[in-house]
Design a protein around this ligand. Sequence first.
Ligand code: PLP
Length: 372
Amino acid sequence: MIYADNAATTRLDDEALNAMLPYLREQYGNASQPYSFSRSAKKALKDARETIASCINANPEQILFTSCGTESDNWVIKGLALSHSTSWRVAVSEIEHHAILNPCKQLGKIGYKTNYIPVDNSGLIDRHHFENIKSDFISVMFANNEIGTIQPIKELSRIAHCNGALFHTDAVQAVGHVQIDVKDLDIDFLSASAHKFNGPKGIGFLYAKDSSLLKAFVCGGSQENGLRAGTENVASIVGMAVALKRNCEEIEANKKHSMMLEDVLLDALKTSEIDFIRNGARDRIPGNISLSFKGCDGEGLLHLLDLNGICVSTGSACDSRNTQVSHVLKAICLDEDYARGTIRISLGKNNTVDEVRKIAEVLVKSVGKMNL
Ligand code: PLP
């Protein structure tokens, strides 16, 4: 099997797994209990919070644990809006993940004003539109999951603040893959998810510069300062911290490795006769390669690659009658002829040159078959 879908999820880091095991076996105490048996769970939470905070240059109390990136996104979008009246205005980019778009749609249905910010052909925010938005809250993803485009977050946050809006970034694809300094970026909120940076699934965090702006979204006990109830998932939080620290220490080396693999793949495709476009801006998440093959069907390509043991994603979802082009590919106005034939190959630190050569070989044959 060749796993080339690291933007969907990543393999759990061995050190992260080893760090988790004691909290799944011997140290199973509930971190909220006062007796000494729970002390180690409590300390593990404190250490993990400090580690995670230091990885993005935050303060520990600004890190709030959640169950995933989707929860972090929902909390900031719906939690903030629902603690204001429907005159609260929300603006998000057109190419956000559904974890942002769907809560926004829900807000729109109950009377909140929602605004969708267009992007250019490479997926970068339309600056003119952005500068003229009248909104109380703006969310723009750090990096797009389908095409990898990285937005100029520092600049967007500055403009949002000048216009009186709070600024959030969904950094699920970026945390652990590019350097992030929340103080330098001067953002108000950031969402992250452990399984995208070799941590366990089902755990994430929300960074909040000022957590007093947030109301409890999941209500119950007093965990996370009363802001997010529910017994803490100590083992996963520990695994998330170890995985993030390791990935952050290796960011430059991993970036170099992924870019080298990208070159191997793209060189092999360019020397073949096939007609394709690479999507995204110049500044992308390392290893995220969205390719559109003229006259092909992305779903069909995915299955041909799968028959050869290769895992990738599509940029289109197929039903029995027609191929639906994703909202991201529509937003960048990609020609339909190419858009239907889009796949996303996302390479990571565990991929090898031999694997990438094999992907290129199978891809060239599969595209050839489809164009016969
Ligand atoms: N935001 C982005 C940009 C993503 O790519 C994803 C997952 O693919 C999510 C949010 C959702 O994260 P999770 O799977 O942790 O809920």
